[in-house]
Ligand binder design. Structure first.
Ligand code: UDX
Length: 439
């Protein structure tokens, strides 16, 4: 089977490389010739653990090109894996998806299954099929299938090779059979449904997870007020299989390329149909507030950041990625800068991306020790392993005032109690080893 993949971002490239790993010949198409040159040289243009190794191992089955006509003309299956970024009004921007659909229509010279992997609003697959059919240059049959992607950044390769499920949304059996053949070696449950249901599975899954996080964050906030401990609360909840123990980590809110965008897109879609998704709206509102939680907490210790030495540990929206999209740092750090803070920041992989936004306003450090040296306060925004395994006694040894505001609950309270610091985390007792007077 000849397979082409449009787009070499997280979804497209991981899909292409994992299909090659399962013995398919795959041509990956992108408009960016610099990216194509990198991939041809065996270099992944995105930071994703395990991806480059898999790419190199499968070079003989992988092609990379900007020449979409050549890639699509005799493909049996074309995956669309281009981005659907959020527009100003919260709806999804589909111009890249429709652009690829147009190119497919111009290029295909034989019957073809077009598989939409990009996250698109419900009903978009129908529109893509109409668009392709209306613009076809050759007299061929086109079948559009929805095949949403559930990979998470940082674990994208594992999530694809060992998928929890493969969802296939089709309007006739042919495309379903072809896709089952494509995925025959993937060893995952396959759910075959119609296209709109497949599109909805993706949104409902992401929005449910976002809801779970916002729910637990609200419970954590209440735990702080009443004196309960969120870690114990979630441990006790998680044993109930109906609830599950995953995605119950309280913190400073979800970021990334999916949850913020997909909650807003589904909410927008419901509104468009004169409907209201109150739970999803609540998840969005709670998350926006939660992102500012540490700044609000810091007001207990400082009335202003002006002139303060602020250490920032972690810039990315989660560990295992250099992605900054919707990261809580992007709303917190501008406030600190505006307020006159002297910021030093550390992140194992996110610095280069952050520098593009803030080249001069922040001092970037290579070590955690260098970052916290002489700091008046330390903010933890991402739970990198290096932060979690950091010797807590160093905070009191190196910082001017060892106040640690942890948005990701990296340390247990027993260790924090021994560390001679103020340790203020999410949904737990604040450990105050010394008194501070508000400055
Ligand atoms: C998510 C989905 O997990 C994936 O299935 C979908 O295809 C794309 O969106 P991703 O955005 O890469 O993947 O990361 P994920 O690990 O889900 O984390 C998203 C955000 O939620 C991060 O900011 C993370 O810190 C936060 N989160 C996650 C929590 O705050 N608490 C949790 O318990 C889990």
């Amino acid at each position: 089977m000849k397979i082409a993949v449009a787009g070499t971002g997280y979804v497209g490239l991981v899909t292409g490389v994992c299909l090659a790993e399962h013995s398919h010949s795959v041509t990956c198409v992108d408009i960016d010739d610099k990216k194509i040159a990198l991939m041809r040289a065996g270099i992944s243009p995105i930071y994703e653990p395990g991806l480059e190794e898999l790419l190199v191992n499968n070079m003989e089955r992988l092609n990379f090109t900007t020449d979409y006509k050549e890639a699509y003309k005799d493909a049996n299956v074309i995956f669309i894996g281009v981005g659907t970024p959020e527009k100003q009004d919260g709806s999804a921007n589909l111009s890249f998806v429709y652009g690829v659909a147009q190119q497919i229509a111009e290029s295909i010279e034989k019957d073809c299954v077009v598989v939409v992997k990009s996250t698109v609003p419900i009903g978009t697959n129908d529109k893509i099929e109409d668009l392709i059919k209306s613009k076809l240059v050759h007299d061929v049959n086109v079948y559009v299938a929805s095949n949403p992607e559930f990979l998470a950044q940082g674990t994208a390769v594992r999530d694809t090779l060992h998928a929890s499920r493969i969802v296939i949304g089709v309007e006739e059996p042919y495309a379903g059979e072809i896709l089952k053949e494509v995925y025959k070696d993937f060893n995952a449950p396959i759910v075959v449904t119609n296209r709109k249901s497949a599109e909805m599975i993706k949104y409902a899954s992401n929005d449910f997870l976002a809801l779970k996080i916002s729910f637990i964050n609200e419970i954590a906030n209440l735990c702080e007020i009443i004196g309960a401990d969120i870690e114990d609360v979630t441990l006790g909840m998680g044993y109930d299989k109906r609830i599950g123990d995953r995605f119950l980590n309280a913190g400073i809110g979800y970021g990334g390329s999916c949850f913020p965008k997909d909650t807003k897109a589904l909410h927008w879609l419901a509104n468009f149909h004169d409907n209201e998704l109150k739970t999803v709206k609540a998840a969005i509102d709670v998350n926006e507030n939660q992102k500012l939680k540490l700044i609000k907490k810091s007001r207990k210790y400082f009335s202003s950041f002006n002139g303060l030495n602020v250490a920032v540990l972690g810039l990315t929206f989660k560990p295992g990625t250099d992605d900054l999209r919707e990261a809580p740092t992007l709303v917190n750090i501008p406030i600190m800068i505006e307020d006159g803070a002297n910021i030093k920041a550390w992140d194992p992989v996110g610095v280069e991306n952050f520098k593009k936004k803030y080249p001069d306003e922040i001092t970037y450090c290579n070590t955690i020790e260098g970052t916290i040296m002489d700091a008046d306060v330390c903010f933890i925004f991402t739970e990198w392993d290096e932060v979690k395994s950091f010797d807590l006694s160093k905070y009191s040894k190196l910082m001017k005032t060892p106040i640690v505001l942890d948005g990701r609950n990296c340390y247990d309270l027993t260790s924090a109690r021994k560390a001679n610091i103020i340790y203020d985390s999410v949904g737990r007792e604040t450990i105050s080893s010394f008194e501070v007077s508000l400055v």
